[in-house]
Design a protein around this ligand. Structure first.
Ligand code: S3P
Length: 428
């Protein structure tokens, strides 16, 4: 796809619904008693993977014409049916890891497998604690990756100290904990997104939190809920960056989820000197939400490290683009898990930034970026990673010449209409 520099962005927009919350609505709705109604569910490729897995396990999931609301006809904790075939989790780490926990507690065997990227991502992080709980779950190729073969077993409660902060691992263990014979506690090294804890509590699970510990009691009765999914701050990030970087921009992004475990990008933008105002702050389905008014700003470098990393992990590629166009030095560290995402995002971000003439050095756990006044147009690679495609599309709009990007259609993973939505706010 050919990409031309843009003048500025303006208008009022909404962004797609939150991917993490959409996955969880379908998963928890499927094992609750009764029909869960999900307003504004995200129908991106990743969430469709989750929906199709549950359909394969006998859950009726329908979309209402007109409203677009999703109805998940839950069958309770023990209502899933044995799937006849391999459960295809596509490109979705969230589907694979959360289902690994849930399926370990079922009385039927199952196999989880995805695309080439998914099947090369590390699954030891869930295999190790699930095995400790007594689960019979194996990496088929014995390489710590999917396909994962799961057989029925008796699960015990454990107290697991997580070596890395990961909401997918934490949620996997909470789901397995629903089927264990005693409580499961996980201790995280830093807080990761807490959508599972919030939503499982609303469904009626008994979850307690103390500092970095989260515990779940086994065998609750989960009750169907009505869930309204807020806009995804990880998607909003691309439009926030465009509005901040393109001079003369003013953009109102409505209905964005600002859960503190996700909103690290707003803290960092503020430190960089960004003009972003939160309007109309409210709570929707147990999640904090607001409208964001973003105006173009003079940005300066900053440091992103430590406990804040999990709260902005998916936004690092676009934050790196912002840093490359800011004044002074930016350091991003403690983010080695970037290498375990849909692509090695340290490598894929650096390749593209270098192609655009940025001054960037990769490190073991992040980057050093020396900001410049401009980036030049270049041949960019999405590496078929949705977040790399979107981050470098925005970079291309801010460049001083035309660019091209490969496989832009990978945006379907989280934002199928990204290019159409972008077109609506662009002033060329
Ligand atoms: C997610 C958790 C994060 C994030 C991913 C979605 C989730 O991954 O990067 O895009 O929905 O729980 P980790 O749990 O591996 O950190």
């Amino acid at each position: 796809m050919l990409l031309h520099p843009a003048h500025h962005v303006s208008g009022t927009v909404t962004v797609p619904s939150d991917k993490s919350i959409s996955h969880r609505s379908v998963i928890f709705g499927s094992i609750a008693e009764g029909t869960t109604r999900v307003k504004n569910c995200l129908f991106s490729a990743d969430c469709l993977s989750t929906i199709s897995c549950f359909k394969q396990m006998g859950i009726r999931i329908t979309k209402e014409e007109g409203s677009g609301d999703l109805f998940v006809e839950g069958k309770g904790l023990d209502g899933l049916k044995a799937p006849q075939e391999v459960l295809d989790t596509g490109n979705s780490g969230t589907t694979t890891r959360l289902l690994a926990g849930l399926l370990s507690g079922q009385e039927f065997p199952s196999t989880l497998s995805g695309d080439a990227s998914l099947n090369s991502r590390p699954m030891k992080r869930v295999l190790t604690p699930l095995t400790e709980m007594g689960a019979d779950i194996k990496s088929r190729e014995n390489n710590g990756c999917a396909p994962l073969d799961i057989r029925p077993s008796h699960l015990h409660g454990i107290h697991y100290q997580m070596p890395i902060a990961s909401a997918q691992v934490k949620s996997c263990l909470l789901l397995a904990g629903l089927y264990a014979d005693s409580p499961v506690t996980v201790t995280e090294p830093a807080p990761s997104r807490d959508h599972s804890e919030r939503m499982l509590s609303a469904f009626g699970a008994s979850i307690s939190k103390q500092g970095l510990d989260v515990s779940i009691q086994p065998r609750p009765v989960l009750h169907a809920q009505e869930i309204d999914v807020p806009g995804d701050i990880s998607s909003a990030a691309y439009f926030i960056a465009a509005a901040l970087l393109l001079k003369g921009s003013s953009l109102l992004i409505r209905n964005v989820g600002i859960n503190p475990t996700r909103a690290g990008i707003l803290t960092v933008c503020e430190k960089m000197g960004a003009d972003i105002k939160k309007k109309n702050e409210r709570e929707v389905s147990g999640e904090p939400v607001c409208d964001l008014l973003v105006k173009s700003s003079f940005l300066h470098g900053t440091v992103m490290e430590g406990d804040m990393i999990p709260s902005l992990i998916d936004e690092i590629p676009i934050l790196a683009v912002m840093a490359a166009l800011s004044e002074g030095e930016t350091i991003i560290r403690d983010a080695a898990d970037l290498k375990a995402k849909e692509t090695d995002r340290i490598h894929t971000t650096v390749e593209n930034l270098k192609a655009m003439g940025a001054d960037v050095v990769p490190t073991e756990d992040g980057f050093l970026i020396h900001g410049k006044k401009s980036l030049h147009g270049a041949n960019l690679e999405s590496f078929e990673d949705h977040r790399i495609a979107m981050a470098f599309t925005i970079a291309a709009l801010c460049a001083d010449g035309d660019s091209q990007i490969s496989h832009p259609d990978c945006v379907r993973i989280s934002w199928p209409s990204f290019y159409e939505s972008l077109e609506k706010i662009l002033v060329k």
